[in-house]
Ligand binder design. Structure first.
Ligand SMILES: [Zn+2]
Length: 271
């Protein structure tokens, strides 16, 4: 069994506390010119009660609220009004290449090299992973719960970026965002049996899964340099002051959104 529930804890996320939305992002500010990436939290927002800043249309919230919340988040993230491609999210391991804005059904990861096009996924305990290839200005976003992680969807996304854009693992920077943490995420034997022992914590019928550590290991094994992977120390289940959590709040849980994109103008400025 693993010892450390959150390896990489030194890679603290940046929590940006705006007046209308609070967001979490990797410590990449200013490192990659033109890059925007952020994860929304539950704080502020216009939805009633527990939902707060809910960005999901499927949790019984009104469309009007969700639209308003998304706008608050997009504005705080600095990408309001930008074209956005979102993933259907069926807990599979299929990656889609986005060439324009819209909803891409039946996939759990999106990749693109279209300048200015943003990619978005929805989460509430499942792991959001952002992949960037600064050399080719290509990005990927991955929804990796236990099923997607079991199918190594992050590896599928890296492979797709290689096929489509010529991305090399050595050039990739990755952000493994907040999710249900190894501290809290209890799973049954059926789920535990899919993962190697060093990813599991606890015992005595109370095994906990460390999704972040598993995906971290997959990325390193694929050739992404360890110094280029940022692993969030946040846990969505016990940090109720920041995050929505399906495990904690059940069907009343809101959804957070993770986004990534390279600015369309930056290439001109740089070139
Ligand atoms: Zn926790």
């Amino acid at each position: 069994m693993g010892e450390d529930p959150r390896p990489g804890e030194g890679d603290a996320d940046e929590v940006v506390r705006g007046r209308e939305a609070v967001l979490v992002r990797p410590p990449w500010e200013g490192v990659f010119p033109g890059l925007t990436t952020a994860l929304s939290t539950r704080l502020h927002g216009v939805s009633p009660g527990n939902l707060g800043l809910n960005t999901g249309y499927t949790v019984g919230d009104s469309e009007e609220n969700v639209r308003a919340n998304r706008k608050l988040f997009f504005t705080a993230a600095g990408m309001d009004g930008k074209p956005l491609a979102t993933a259907g999210q069926v807990h599979g391991a299929v990656v889609a290449r986005a060439e324009g804005p819209g909803h891409y059904d039946r996939c759990d990861a999106l990749i693109t090299s279209v300048p200015g096009l943003f990619l978005g996924i929805s989460v509430a305990d499942c792991l959001p992973i952002v992949l960037i290839d600064p050399r080719r200005r290509a990005v990927g976003i991955v929804h990796s719960g236990w099923k997607g992680s079991g199918g190594k969807i992050v590896l599928r996304a890296l492979e797709a970026m290689h096929e489509c854009f010529g991305t090399r693992a050595a050039d990739v920077h990755a952000y493994i965002g907040p999710s249900a943490g190894g501290c809290c995420y209890e799973v049954g034997e059926d789920v535990a049996s899919i993962f190697p022992e060093d990813i599991l914590l606890g015992g005595g019928g109370h095994l906990r899964l460390n999704l972040g550590a598993f995906n971290h290991a997959v990325l390193l094994r694929a050739g992404v340099p360890g110094g280029q992977v940022r692993l969030s120390g946040h846990c969505t289940i016990h940090e109720a002051d920041l995050f929505h959590s399906h495990r904690r709040d059940g069907s009343r849980s809101g959804r957070m959104m993770a986004v990534v994109g390279f600015d369309e103008n930056r290439r001109k400025v740089a070139g």
